[in-house]
Write a protein that binds this ligand. Structure first.
Ligand SMILES: Nc1ncnc2c1ncn2[C@@H]1O[C@H](COP(=O)(O)OP(=O)(O)OP(=O)(O)O)[C@@H](O)[C@H]1O
Ligand SMILES: [Mg+2]
Length: 316
């Protein structure tokens, strides 16, 4: 479902280029949950942002559902991201002027989904992440852990086939961290969504099926073959809009250029904000009226889903 091939990335500062990722290769199967582990500055976020199509690598290829996102033009990539990719940020990135439910609905605002359906899906997801009673509150009225639950629900609403999470528990205490990781593990099991989770904590990483370790921009561990993407023990059943059974509905409709934006910065690393900005702008407007009540605004980031196939591979 995800194949990273000879990815190399350099950032430019002034006249100098600094190489931060060196020939990274690995493959993730559909439905796997893998950790990207490494110390600060090892290149985790850079790699994650590249895989999520938030920026372009200096060299190499990244295939998601057999499409090379590195080669995609901006519009097509933006559309592809919305359909196939979800993103969870360390700092949640919720829009403060929208209610919890509106935040979760936001990605669907870009997909001509009726308000009634959007609302129903958002409420089902809020239930799924354990905060059905918070739907009408604003993000500022929630704890950090609750805000991250909202952000998880938002990343799921488009039913993406792969979700990238950059230190999703980085701002949380250890108990809340456990709860959030528990939710992600459970979603992976029940919905078969592929997860790539960046963390610098081994205790978090070891709960996932495989660990990729980055050190100074090199992939230093060869992850065990993904032959049997073993899902540990199933936990409680959760229902959603999507039948858990079915593998994430694969569609190769990735090539339906429609949208705009995407960033192609090789030198800056515009990262997450890009995605966030996109989804936000439009959605925010649309919800403006509804949210007449309060607070300032901010951004959110959320993409979407597709699916695909397994593969193998990998080498440092
Ligand atoms: N926009 C940028 N411009 C120049 N250098 C950058 C940029 N973003 C990251 N870097 C450099 O790239 C290297 C890898 O950074 P990255 O953010 O990917 O690390 P990380 O593993 O996510 O670290 P952390 O755990 O602290 O988040 C670092 O040396 C960092 O200074
Ligand atoms: Mg980082």
């Amino acid at each position: 479902m995800l194949r990273v091939e000879d990815i190399t990335h350099s950032y430019k500062s002034g006249n100098e280029w600094t190489s931060v990722l060196h020939k990274i290769n690995f493959t993730v199967k559909a439905g796997e949950m893998v950790a990207l582990l490494g110390s600060s500055g090892s290149g985790k976020s850079t790699l994650l942002n590249l895989m999520a199509g938030l920026m372009k690598p200096t060299e190499g290829h990244i295939y998601i559902a057999d499409k090379d996102i590195v080669k995609m033009g901006e519009n097509k990539l933006a559309e592809f991201r919305r359909k196939n990719i979800g993103f969870i940020f360390q700092a949640y990135e919720l829009i403060t002027s929208l209610t919890v439910r509106e935040n979760v609905e936001l990605p669907l605002v870009f997909q001509s989904v009726s308000p009634r359906v959007r609302k129903a899906k958002a409420l089902a997801l809020l239930e799924q992440v354990g905060i059905p009673d918070k739907a009408d509150l604003f993000p500022s009225q929630l704890s950090g852990g609750q805000q991250q639950r909202v952000s998880i629900a938002r990343s799921l609403i488009t039913e993406p086939s792969v979700i990238f999470a950059d230190e999703p528990t980085g701002n949380l205490d250890s108990k809340t961290e456990e709860e959030i990781i528990g939710i992600l593990l459970n979603l992976n099991r029940t919905m078969k969504t592929t997860f790539i989770v960046v963390t610098h904590e081994y205790s978090v990483a070891e709960q996932m099926q495989r660990i990729f370790t980055l050190k100074d921009g090199f992939l230093v561990t060869e992850p065990p073959a993904p032959a049997e993407a073993v899902h540990k023990e199933p936990a409680e059943e959760i229902n959603l809009h999507k039948a858990p059974e079915a593998e994430p509905a694969p569609e190769a409709e990735a090539d339906t250029g429609i949208n705009t934006e995407t960033n192609t910065d090789i030198e800056t690393g515009a990262e997450q904000t890009a995605a966030a900005e996109e989804q936000t702008a439009a959605g925010a407007e649309e919800h403006e009226a509804a949210a007449d009540e309060k607070q300032p605004a901010k951004e959110s980031g959320v993409p979407e889903a597709a699916d695909a196939e397994p593969e193998e591979g990998g080498k440092p």
